[in-house]
Design a protein around this ligand. Structure first.
Ligand code: NAP
Ligand code: MN
Length: 277
């Protein structure tokens, strides 16, 4: 299967860190999972550190995103037990824990590497660097219309006005991007998708109404118009940031890689069908 890379550099999984969300069903799974892992000779880490081989999140896609941000994009393998709706980042249900443990013990899995996006935020005082798995979004403070300029690889494309702009990775194409009528991207393609949210089109404003899809190495730059430097909101996987005197934001793919464990049954388009159709 082309979408997964067998990762020969990955050493045997021994030390595991478990993170559960606060749902009742997730909290029920936690002791069962821990008990079964211990009985199979794995070591459960009380606190996370860089010696960790694998993180198992119990919850949904939201819980996976949260733990990756919290642990600051570590190099270990991630998998999850899905207790919510169908998740894109995890392959196992609570009833499939034994099967998952067997696959881990027998190295019967593949690693899918997903590449996060990086944003360099320039304000008149200093620069900030942020990462995201799904997307960055630019929105207006207190739901005001945003007025920003969009340029790609140094070329000005449009002066955008509307509710906002989503800059999505391939991984994020099924998330917020899809709700805003963006396209679902096959994970074998690494592209950047720029998707408008409720673009204004009148005799005063002209904005692109469909999303645009750009190759891997593209640089997307967002520059707020002059009066809007203090009222533009920036979101990284729905975590909100607001800056004083925002000058511009440049978005590219990062040098980070997140390793996802994929079981044999994983098929991206099957997940798409199950979740959306
Ligand atoms: P959240 O409740 O954790 O997530 C919102 C929904 O998006 C959940 O149903 C979640 O699945 C799903 N989701 C997250 N990543 C996905 C992916 N890569 N593919 C398909 N579905 C995915 O909300 P949050 O903490 O505010 O934001 C987390 C993410 O949610 C953001 O990165 C953004 O992409 C998405 N979001 C979507 C909308 C929208 O669709 N209008 C609005 C805001 C944010 P689970 O149920 O499995 O957790
Ligand atoms: Mn959720």
């Amino acid at each position: 299967r082309q979408m997964c890379i067998r990762d020969s550099s990955t050493k045997t999984i021994k030390k595991i860190y478990i993170k559960s969300n606060f749902n009742f069903s997730s909290k029920k799974v936690y002791p069962t999972l821990m008990d079964k892992l211990l009985k199979n000779g794995f070591e459960i880490m009380r606190d996370f550190d860089e010696t960790c081989d694998m993180v198992i999140s119990i919850g949904g896609d939201g819980s996976f995103l949260k733990i990756v941000h919290e642990l600051q994009y570590p190099k270990c393998i991630f998998t999850g037990i899905n207790t919510g709706h169908l998740g894109f980042f995890q392959d196992s249900l609570p009833s499939e824990i034994d099967y998952l443990i067997n696959c881990i013990k027998n190295s019967n899995y593949e690693i899918q590497k997903i590449i996060p996006l990086k944003a360099t935020v320039k304000t008149s005082l200093r620069n900030f660097e942020l990462h995201s798995i799904n997307e960055f979004a630019i929105k207006g403070y207190k739901n005001k219309t945003v007025h920003v300029n969009l340029s790609i690889d140094g070329n000005h494309i449009e002066s955008f006005s509307g509710d906002g702009i989503i800059i999505s990775s391939s991984t994020g194409s099924t998330a917020y991007n899809y709700s805003a009528s963006g396209s679902i991207i096959d994970p074998r393609l690494n592209v950047i998708q720029v998707t408008p949210i409720a673009p204004l089109n009148s005799n005063a404003y002209r904005s692109l109404t469909s999303s645009i899809i750009l190759p891997y190495k593209s640089k997307v730059k967002i520059t707020p118009e002059n009066q809007y430097q203090n009222t533009t909101i920036f979101l990284a996987d729905a975590i909100q940031f607001k800056y004083e005197k925002l000058q511009d934001i440049e978005i590219t793919y990062s040098n980070y890689k997140i390793k996802l464990l994929r079981l044999e049954k994983y098929r991206f388009w099957k997940k798409v069908k199950e979740k959306f159709l």
